[in-house]
Ligand binder design. Structure first.
Ligand SMILES: NC(=O)c1ccc[n+]([C@@H]2O[C@H](COP(=O)([O-])OP(=O)(O)OC[C@H]3O[C@@H](n4cnc5c(N)ncnc54)[C@H](OP(=O)(O)O)[C@@H]3O)[C@@H](O)[C@H]2O)c1
Length: 213
């Protein structure tokens, strides 16, 4: 599949590399500086499977769009993407901001980043996913044979199976977490990962998984 990845940093770069190398997908990174050394090195490392350009060029190329921009840049990034009516967006953003207690969520109980993205991306089907673990785990989500879990929340039930398939191709166990409003839960869940990883000493090399009876 042809994928537009908006943002080619920790998350965008890792996801694009994984889909291009493991899943055989073609990726187009949409960034503000496509000719930067960092972005060009990423594209070169992926051979003919990747290219880079503006966000609008990436969106014109991709069958699905992955949003991997810093929260503060996300509104501007979406405005630069052009008409999004009918498009599918996987939103990996978390609404992080510095507060009195350090890094935290800027919004949460009554609205989420996912729902704000839906408001900005008029007519698109937005799915909150790939936000609840560190970027390093997105390259290898399997721990000693156990798949770590990734959730997908979104309202478009017709498009959801394809989104789940794309996320599962990375190696995650994927769970349908219901409608997009449940992004409020997934962004808080992401904050728990960040809290434990960065402030409580767990580091980045662990992930959430499901166990069942
Ligand atoms: N880091 C993690 O482990 C992790 C895990 C889960 C979710 N997330 C979330 O994923 C998002 C990205 O995080 P990250 O760590 O990958 O950030 P990052 O390393 O800073 O990368 C951000 C990317 O966004 C691009 N960008 C910035 N403004 C843009 C715009 N207006 N249009 C297009 N591209 C733009 C930047 O490139 P240019 O400056 O060249 O445009 C850069 O490639 C954040 O919302 C974060 O909360 C992060």
């Amino acid at each position: 599949m042809k994928l537009a990845i908006i943002g080619a940093g920790n998350v965008g770069g890792t996801l694009g590399s994984a889909w291009a190398t493991k899943g055989g997908h073609e990726v187009f990174f949409g960034v503000r500086s496509p000719n930067s050394d960092k972005t060009q090195a990423l594209v070169d490392a992926l051979g003919g499977k990747a290219r880079a350009g503006t966000a609008a060029e990436a969106v014109a190329f991709g069958e699905m769009i992955v949003l991997a921009t810093p929260w503060t840049a996300t509104g501007a990034a979406i405005r630069s993407m052009g008409d999004l009516n009918g498009r599918t967006i996987l939103d990996a953003t978390n609404p992080l901001a510095m507060g009195p207690d350090g890094l935290g969520l800027e919004i949460g109980h009554s609205i989420s980043a996912g729902e704000k993205v839906q408001g900005w991306a008029k007519g698109a089907s937005v799915f909150k996913t790939l936000n609840t673990t560190g970027f390093g785990n997105m390259a290898n989500p399997v721990f000693h044979g156990v798949k770590s879990v990734m959730f997908v929340a979104g309202d478009d039930t017709a498009k959801k199976p394809k989104v789940i398939e794309l996320v599962a191709a990375l190696g995650f166990e994927v769970v349908d977490a219901g409608p997009l409003r449940n992004a409020r839960l997934l962004e808080a869940h992401a904050m728990l990962w960040i809290e434990l990883a960065l402030k409580r000493g767990l580091g980045r090399d662990w992930a959430f998984a499901l166990v069942r009876r």
